[in-house]
Design a protein around this ligand. Sequence first.
Ligand code: FMN
Length: 204
Amino acid sequence: MSNILYINSSVRNTGSISRQISGEFITKLKAAQPTSTVVERDLTAHPVPHLTEQMMGAYFTPADQRTAAQNETVKVSDNLVAEIMAADIVIIAAPMYNFSVSSTLKAWIDHIARAGLTFKYGANGPEGMVKRKKFYIFTARGGVYSDGPAKAMDFHETYLRAVFGFLGITDITFIHSEGLAMGEDAVNTALANSRTAIAGLVAA
Ligand SMILES: Cc1cc2nc3c(=O)[nH]c(=O)nc-3n(C[C@H](O)[C@H](O)[C@H](O)COP(=O)(O)O)c2cc1C
């Protein structure tokens, strides 16, 4: 049995490829592991707030010294950190917006990257504290970035690998649906490729 955390971040509910493909993956995964639980967090329906000075002050105040208001303030981030820590598998649907992630997904990342909880600095530099998680990231992109002339503009997979790697998460599988703005044939090819990838992942 696995605890699955499922994050969605497309602004679209209708026609979203990242929601579609990640949803198909979860359906297969649940069929293969019927006792698994899924906690779903839709960052479009329920965006997490941007960081504020008040939040930063609460985060950096030791827990036993926080005021009642600060205890309330840290709850948003504490709950998000608890969700990720409780998960064995994290599935993220991440459309590319302006060469990187959506602002809603970035806001979520800002809450789960917590000094002392998900990473720490020691004599050897930073150390990620989020261990033994399997991440699947389903991207959707209008252009093609996995290869070719636009590869250098991929601040999407590169960013996600960097920030999650910093937190200790290194077992990440990306499933890219690309070229979605390049005509019907390209869309069909992208969907077929992603479905082939999913079939291989769940069968494996
Ligand atoms: C605000 C916005 C910015 C986008 N920026 C890019 C981009 O930089 N590069 C790209 O290839 N596609 C870009 N796209 C296209 C989306 O990546 C594409 O439509 C994708 O399918 C969106 O994911 P979804 O289908 O899950 O909604 C952008 C779309 C939107 C709405």
